[in-house]
Write a protein that binds this ligand. Structure first.
Ligand SMILES: Nc1ncnc2c1ncn2[C@@H]1O[C@H](COP(=O)(O)OP(=O)(O)OP(=O)(O)O)[C@@H](O)[C@H]1O
Ligand SMILES: [Zn+2]
Length: 685
């Protein structure tokens, strides 16, 4: 017996160990958990591993994604991880794929080619997608996530246990537009403003809001407000142009940055101040003065809401005249953030953790704006925030802190801004390693079909019980994903119409000699693609359009929903015709047998459940743009109700477990604050 496999054989038994070399496993994600997991499955003896990740290696990955080295930065994670881990076991075949799991070629048939899928992802959208594909392909899945010291593993098997979507997920935290645009009161409001409003306005795509405003005016909307918005849009046009034009020889290097500064920290604030009503019950902001801050003579005179002037020294940060929140606020991140015109003395600690004075922030604003402008001039079309892109992080840090100063809000260090803007809870390598081990254990239960051994496992912050294992709950009868009936058609979307597919799948076509569903199943149906309505009993405009013209293509699903709610929804996966299909052959191959959706069960009745263990989830990185891709909706009439189970949240008690939170919009002041505020929400790696 080879020394390499002796332990694995002894622990797993000959039968399971023997099967591992033939088992086809798909590992999605080669990040923090993915690297640990790949190492585990390679060393355990899995023989055929497909490793898929869309990303390239970043410097910030190296502290925990140990399959990567500095020389690998900017290379594909999947490729490098596969190469490194292949060397751990000569008997393994790792197929790396550098792609997004949502791409059309990864359709249901492709998923069906795997015996098990292991998720090591970091966003809800991709997790949901893989969950649905595994439901459609009936492939077991192990889902996972970590958040600092917390983590969890959830084995998922259709019809036997809850799927990822059986438990409703909390809606991401968002902020009212006015809070961000006009009345911030916390550092995070200013960070969101800098990252999600100012950066796109200056460095994002040029959205011509002119025609939109013309239209709004025609529709008779508030003329005064439209005039103000038009003025603001014009002013942004001017600063955008300045950032993109070559700097004049004699102009100072800061001229474009100064233009931006004067617009957003002076002109816009004066505009806001002119709306006196807004400041009756809150302290108004103070316009900032570029030259005075630079010269060290700026005095932040911040009137309180009752009209008194509370003057804050321009000199030392710690002068405690006890007047307003301003000074305290500006010092609020510990001790030494300063309103001082001179650079902050509070330089203890690492460079990034240093508190920044008003003058520091101004200089950082100028230099980062110039660096970003130079990138635009060098050919970059648009630049958006990326926590690992120093220029954008500097810009967001400086712009957020300048805005905070104007509003009397505490400033934040570059380090803190990175954490807050990037939605980061620090990843702990050890948690990832524990979770990766637990994933393999649950995968063994699934492969052995010892379903009674499956457990939802949580790594929790409880010294007396660091691990908790919870028996699997049955699927939620109201789940809009796993309770649907899945089927698949093979077709040429350019040649087959919506009606042909729907009639065919429902067994209504006269030309089908398949077993007919006539007499049973839904009578009147609505048809959706995701949340787009494509037809309903009173609206058949799209019936004779091709699937392609409706953007319903390979890898997507058509949902056929019973108008009366009596039968389960049919999910029709769209697959490609076989390669050897004759060119003049039928454009549609229907499933055989045709799907027979069962009558719906009553939703689970809410019963009191024990309090959930303190688990936490959320996100660390914004979802890639393609994940929020807007499809050019073909005359969508109305949005699909939430997974056609509108009362899921109300009718069903979430079991004790993970709540994975939506990516992107969760904005926390600090990791501690979040956990205190909502012990039920965690950050997921
Ligand atoms: N739709 C997707 N398709 C393929 N891979 C994905 C998809 N969404 C996320 N991933 C990958 O999942 C992995 C998650 O790993 P991890 O949570 O460690 O994130 P990271 O991006 O490596 O680290 P950090 O977020 O801390 O910078 C990442 O490598 C990411 O590229
Ligand atoms: Zn479900």
């Amino acid at each position: 017996m080879s020394g390499r496999s002796r332990h694995a054989r002894a622990i797993l038994g000959e039968e399971l160990y023997g099967r591992l070399s033939e088992t086809k496993v798909l590992l999605v994600g080669a990040g923090g958990i993915g690297c640990e997991l790949l190492k585990n499955i390679v060393l355990t003896g899995f023989g055929h591993i497909t490793l898929l990740d869309l990303d390239t290696i970043d410097l910030s990955n190296l502290n925990r994604q140990f399959l990567f080295r500095k020389k690998d930065i900017k290379q594909s994670k999947a490729m490098v991880a596969a190469k490194t881990a292949s060397a751990f076991n000569p008997n393994v075949k790792i197929t790396p794929i550098h792609a997004n799991i949502k791409e059309p070629q990864f359709d249901v048939e492709w998923f069906r080619g795997y015996d098990i899928v292991l998720n090591a992802l970091d966003n809800l959208d991709a997790r949901r997608h893989v969950n649905k594909m595994c439901m459609a392909a009936n492939v077991p899945l192990v889902e996972s996530g970590t958040a600092g010291y917390l983590g969890q593993v959830q084995p998922i098997l259709k019809d036997r246990a809850e799927c990822f979507d059986c438990v409703p997920k909390p809606t991401p935290k968002t902020f009212p537009v006015c809070t961000i645009r006009s009345t911030p009161s916390q550092p995070i409001h200013c960070i969101v403003w800098a990252k999600s409003y100012l950066m796109p306005q200056l460095f994002g795509e040029d959205e011509d809001s002119g025609s939109e405003l013309d239209e709004a005016e025609k529709q008779g909307e508030n003329a005064k407000e439209i005039a103000a918005l038009r003025k603001e849009a014009q002013a942004f046009k001017a600063v955008r142009a300045a950032l993109r034009s070559a700097p004049a020889e004699e102009a100072s290097s800061s001229s474009a940055a100064k233009l931006v500064f004067n617009k957003v920290f002076h002109g816009d604030i004066l505009n806001l101040l002119s709306m006196a009503d807004m400041w009756r019950s809150r302290a108004p902001p103070v316009p900032l003065d570029f030259d005075a801050i630079r010269a060290g003579t700026f005095v932040l005179n911040r009137p309180s809401q009752n009209g008194n002037t509370a003057s804050t020294a321009s000199g030392q940060a710690n002068s405690s005249n006890g007047s307003t929140s301003t000074e305290k606020a500006l010092n609020g991140n510990g001790a030494s953030t300063s309103t001082a015109a001179t650079p902050a003395a509070g330089g203890a600690g690492l460079k990034d953790q240093r508190a920044l004075s008003l003058q520091d922030n101004l200089e950082l604003f100028v230099s980062s704006t110039e660096r970003l402008a130079a990138r635009l001039r060098a050919g970059e079309d648009t630049i958006s925030f990326d926590k690992d892109d120093d220029d954008t992080l500097d810009f967001v840090t400086a712009a957020a802190n300048l805005r905070s100063a104007a509003y009397g809000i505490p400033g934040k260090s570059r380090w803190e801004v990175k954490e807050m803007a990037g939605n980061i809870i620090p990843a702990i390598a050890t948690t990832n390693a524990i979770i990766a081990g637990l994933i393999v254990l649950q995968a063994f239960h699934l492969l052995r079909r010892s379903y009674s051994s499956l457990r939802n496992v949580h790594v929790q912050f409880k010294p007396s019980m660091p691990l908790s294992a919870i028996a699997m709950c049955p699927p939620n009868p109201a789940c809009g994903v796993c309770r649907d009936t899945y089927t698949e058609i093979l077709c040429d979307p350019a040649r087959v119409t919506l009606k042909q597919v729907v009639d065919g799948v429902l067994g209504r076509g006269a030309d089908t000699d398949m077993d007919s569903n006539e007499g049973e199943g839904p009578e009147e149906v609505c048809v959706y693609e995701d949340k787009r309505v494509l037809s309903d009993p009173d609206w058949d405009d799209n019936d004779n359009r091709t699937l392609e013209s409706l953007n319903v293509t390979r890898g997507k699903f058509l949902s056929i929903v019973d108008e009366d709610g009596e039968y389960a929804t049919i999910q029709v996966a769209i697959g490609a015709l076989p390669p050897d299909h004759p060119a003049d052959g039928s454009a549609l191959i229907l499933p055989s047998p045709l799907p027979k959706p069962p009558r719906r069960q009553k939703p689970r009745v809410a019963t009191p459940s024990p309090p959930p263990p303190p688990t936490t989830t959320s996100k660390k990185r914004a979802a890639p743009d393609d994940e929020i891709e807007e499809i050019d909706a073909p005359s969508a009439k109305r949005a699909r109700k939430d997974e056609d189970a509108p009362n899921v949240a109300a009718s069903f008690t979430p079991s004790k477990k993970r709540r994975l939170e939506e990516d992107g919009l969760i904005m926390l002041d600090t990791a501690e604050e979040k956990i205190e505020e909502d012990p039920d929400v965690i950050e997921i790696d």
